[in-house]
Ligand binder design. Structure first.
Ligand code: TAP
Length: 482
């Protein structure tokens, strides 16, 4: 319960999931051509739950981006490009097994650098990272079977830029299919969460991956831009905001670079009166509060059928009061720290706008820790379609609730957004579920569940949520010349 949690009284109790045995260096360099290369300058990465500096990491400029792309080209034209699929698969299997062996260390670092609850990094992120490498290891020698009648060839050097909400998982989503298909990689992690990608580089060394096959260059937006614009990059794979995605699309226009863009979302989670209400309430909570709502496919717009709205909202508020907000390293924590002070500010701006525009805000009780970045689980009722909290991605633990009377009205309201990444439908009637899933303009629609991921299943958006798919056979195709 929130009131009994040591964190909520303000002080930092010793974390039950101790971070003592996790070895972090004071400084990290860039991982280029299988070696650690000093950058001309550095920046700090902090723990968003304590505001303490965890390490200094290299800031890659144009010179280092160039070195990394050259190393990737050399590896593509050298050992990696000449290797059979079966041999590439062996490396990927080895990487997957090493991730499993070091799962605890990766989970703790992910939680310290990004703020997500250890229960999620331990039980969701890291197992999915291993699963992603295992899945793609299996494809490496079967590409001819995946695309019968074609002669699949790798694209070459792939530039990959990823966000901070699932740092290691996004790295795995990018690196595993690229390598399975025979490409080489230059990856730029997000500025606020570089550490697990750098640890992954250590693991690549342990796995004996040939130099230059994967290069990890840390830095800011300019580093990502230099990578995207580099003339010797054959494909750009980007996950991040729609605003930056649009810039990237402009940057690759007129070149022969291939690209995939996985962008923002504003998912509708639709609950019908015939749904199992208690399960739906759990699904709503998971949909919006998983990873503090820093989820591209978060169920941030809830549509409840009018007849059950008061009951659902009452149950939801009661359930929200049980959510433990606090120390991300504590296994009892449900909601960890907001990833950065900038992101916290963005959330506050949109929540203020929600109140000013006339929606009705409700938040859980309980105090937040004094140090670090925190936001209480929040919901809004009395929302209108035009409100900013309904239209814009908050990317935080904030739910906007609306009601509907008919399935037609639910579909119209759900599709009334520039985004189209995901959605959810809760109903006891199979026919209704299929009607809804067919009508929703979203890349992924869950039925009577939410936020379920699997490497076999393609993921990606419609409209301003992006172009291309990651995962499954569709995801492989995005890394091949067919
Ligand atoms: P962004 O600000 O777009 O940043 C994403 C990455 O791009 C970061 O590594 C960032 O570097 C880099 N970047 C910034 N400006 C760039 C530029 N001009 N050229 C090239 N790279 C640039 O997004 P974010 O705030 O990290 O992540 C949140 C967003 O990602 C949300 O909109 C969320 O919905 C979306 N997201 C989508 C998905 C899928 S699968 N669709 C999954 C996760 C997240 P810095 O970190 O240094 O700024």
């Amino acid at each position: 319960m929130p009131g009994s949690h040591p964190f909520l009284s303000g002080g930092f109790a010793p974390a039950p999931e101790s971070s003592d045995h996790v070895l972090l260096e004071k400084q990290y360099d860039l991982f280029i051509d299988g070696k650690w290369v000093k950058a001309s300058s550095r920046f700090e990465t902090t723990n968003p739950a304590t505001s303490e500096v965890l390490a200094e990491v290299g800031l890659a400029g144009k010179k280092e981006v160039n070195l990394a792309v050259k190393a990737a080209r050399k590896a593509f034209e050298g050992p990696w490009g000449k290797m059979t699929g079966a041999e590439r698969g062996k490396y990927l299997f080895r990487i997957a097994r090493l991730i499993q062996e070091r799962a605890r260390e990766f989970a703790i670092i992910e939680t310290m650098d990004g703020g997500k609850p250890i229960r999620e990094s331990r039980d969701v992120d890291i197992p999915l990272v291993a699963a992603h490498f295992f899945y793609h290891a299996g494809w490496a020698d079967k590409l001819d079977y995946a695309f019968p009648g074609k002669k699949p060839k790798p694209l070459g050097v792939v530039g990959q830029v990823i966000p901070w909400n699932f740092p290691l998982l996004m790295a795995a989503w990018k690196i595993a299919p690229a390598l399975a298909c025979g490409n080489t990689v230059v990856l730029k992690p997000a500025e606020t969460t570089p550490l697990t990608a750098l640890k992954l580089a250590e693991l690549f060394q342990d796995a004996g991956l040939p130099p230059g096959v994967v290069n990890i260059i840390t830095g800011a937006g300019e580093t990502g831009q230099a990578l995207v614009e580099h003339p010797d990059v054959n494909k750009v794979a980007f996950t991040g905001s729609t605003a930056v995605g649009k810039n990237i699309r402009r940057a690759v226009a007129g070149t022969d670079k291939k690209f995939t863009l996985e962008l923002g979302g504003k998912a509708a989670n639709i609950v019908f009166e015939d749904a199992a209400i208690n399960e739906a309430v759990e699904g709503i909570v998971n949909g919006i509060f998983f990873n503090q709502g820093h989820v591209c496919c978060a169920g941030s717009r809830l549509f409840v059928q009018e007849s059950i709205a008061p009951q659902v909202i009452r149950k939801l508020q009661k359930r929200m009061e049980t959510l433990v907000v606090g120390d991300p390293l504590d296994k009892n924590t449900d909601i960890g720290a907001i990833n950065s002070a900038e992101q916290l500010e963005r959330i506050k701006v949109l929540v203020d706008a929600g109140q000013k525009e006339g929606a009705c805000m409700w938040q859980t009780e309980g105090k937040l820790p004094r140090k670090g970045n925190w936001f209480k689980p929040t919901l809004f009722t009395e929302c209108a379609q035009s409100h900013r909290i309904v239209q814009e991605e908050v990317f935080g633990p904030v739910l906007a609730i609306q009601t509907f009377r008919t399935p037609k009205e639910a579909i119209e309201k759900a599709n009334n957004t520039p985004y189209g990444l995901s959605g959810g439908v809760w109903s006891d009637k199979g026919a209704k579920v299929f009607k809804m899933t067919g009508a929703l303009r979203a890349g992924v629609v869950w039925a009577n569940t939410f936020n379920k991921f699997d490497p076999t299943s393609p993921f990606g958006g419609y409209k301003e949520s992006g172009i291309g798919r990651e995962g499954g056979v569709h995801g492989l195709a995005a890394y091949l010349d067919l």
